[in-house]
Write a protein that binds this ligand. Structure first.
Ligand code: ASP
Length: 428
């Protein structure tokens, strides 16, 4: 049995919704469907969720939202009074919260899809639970969903939101329908979680940097986490956890190319059996390296703790800490450092009494990810020769203990060249 989640572009207008209906009809295992709010129909279009936030903040009026939904309903030719539903939604938003306003996109979209499919509409407010702190109650939600869907042949569930015990609507962060889909899949113990979007799958590199990168046919949850952390995004990062613990594979599929196999996200052991060494390359710009040097640092007990306490006090998380005998470097994202740079350097000087502290700005991190690197000789040699041939200076190296990835730091002006060099050396 399959749980399918359809993203905003799949729900953007009536013709895409008709594709969705065909996809669901083509496989009777597709029993539980999670729907997003209508997304963009063309690049300059506005997503319904943004329009709803805008209406709540009085930045735009309600008519665009009304027009989009009535057009979808009319073209789908469903027996549902969308106009009075919209009326009710508008009145409720006027006295509701921002989360409530944002959630109505998914609510109406799922209602329409349910009508078109002749499926049962199951409101997430009744079965996705948040506690009083606003945290998802995963186990409670799973049991509510399992109970609610028991015996239901075909159901549509709106993505992106749930409610607290007292019925107050709460949304996930943006893109959160992926999480709803994952929770439903794990609640009903689905064989597969299909995540339908508008791309052929997870790409092995950023298409803005590498020309037509290959679609990854299979990757592990861990590889996905590494690549997503570095900026590759197709799936909400929090969508992995509910399905990973149940070993349910996620299949990223394209609504606009439904026969293409897409990308399978599977348990680690399954990917290790493939021949491929590198699964993908991803990176992020806007990184700073702080180098601390002090003679006999290696003998000074508590040195690392004092350094890290400075970042803890400032509420900054670090990315990496490569170290030498008398040197320790901290890699930090610029967004966390802004406005705090000199204060941090002064504090580091005070707690370490270092001989030298240097700050290198304008760096980028690149992760080369693949389970099989651990068991293959020569991977690092191939990587660094490829970079050397392109005259790229490597400023930092971090080989994670899992040997799942090699992370390097390069000057940002070399960033795109480096990604292309690594991609050509391994993936092409
Ligand atoms: N509609 C929400 C958003 O635009 C959630 C989603 O589509 O996953 O972020």
């Amino acid at each position: 049995m399959k749980v399918c989640k359809f993203g905003g572009s799949s729900m953007a207008d009536a013709s895409s919704v008709k594709r969705v209906v065909d996809i669901i009809g083509a496989d009777e295992e597709r029993k539980y469907v999670v729907a997003s709010a209508p997304g963009k129909r063309f690049p300059s279009d506005v997503k319904i969720t943004d329009a709803l936030y805008g209406y709540f903040l009085k930045k735009n009026d309600f008519c665009d939202i009304e027009e989009r939904f009535t057009q979808i309903a009319d073209e789908l030719n469903v027996s549902f009074d969308i106009r009075s539903a919209l009326d009710g939604v508008k009145r409720a938003i006027d006295i509701g919260t921002s989360d409530f306003a944002a959630s109505r996109g998914e609510y109406l979209s799922a209602l329409l899809l349910a009508k078109k499919l002749g499926a049962e509409f199951v409101d997430s407010a009744d079965c996705i639970r948040f506690d009083e702190k606003g945290e998802l109650m995963l186990e409670k939600s799973k049991s509510l969903i399992a109970k609610r869907l028991d015996g239901v042949k075909l159901a549509v569930i709106p993505g992106f939101y749930g409610a607290s015990e007292d019925g107050k609507i709460k949304t996930f962060s943006r893109g959160g329908s992926d999480i709803t889909g994952a929770i439903v899949a794990s609640a009903v113990k689905a064989d597969i979680y299909e995540n339908w979007t508008d791309v052929d799958g997870f790409l092995s590199a950023d298409p803005k940097i590498v020309n037509s990168p290959k679609v990854i046919d299979a990757l592990s949850y861990k590889e996905l986490r590494e690549l997503a952390y570095m900026g590759a995004n197709v799936l909400h990062p929090d969508a992995i956890f509910p399905v990973r613990s149940m070993k349910i594979p996620i299949n990223i599929k394209n609504t606009f190319n439904p026969f293409f196999k897409g990308t399978m996200i599977v348990p680690d052991s399954r990917v290790r059996r493939t021949k491929r060494v590198v699964t993908g390359v991803a990176g992020r710009t806007g990184v700073t390296l702080i180098n601390i040097e002090k003679e006999m640092m290696n003998r000074e007990i508590g040195f690392g703790r004092r350094v890290l306490s400075v970042f803890e006090e400032e509420g900054i998380s670090f990315e990496h800490i490569p170290s030498g005998i008398d040197t320790l470097s901290i890699v930090i994202c610029d967004e966390y450092l802004s406005g705090k740079r000199s204060k941090i350097v002064a504090k580091l000087k005070a707690v370490t009494n270092a001989d030298k502290i240097e700050v290198h700005e304008g760096l980028s991190l690149i992760a080369t990810v693949g389970h099989n690197m651990a068991s293959r000789q020569g991977t690092a040699a191939t990587l660094f020769s490829a970079l050397a041939q392109k005259h790229i200076n490597v400023r930092m190296i971090d080989l994670g203990s899992s040997e799942l990835n090699i992370i390097i730091g390069v000057d940002t002006f070399d960033y795109e060249k480096a990604i292309n060099a690594i991609y050509q050396a391994f993936v092409e």
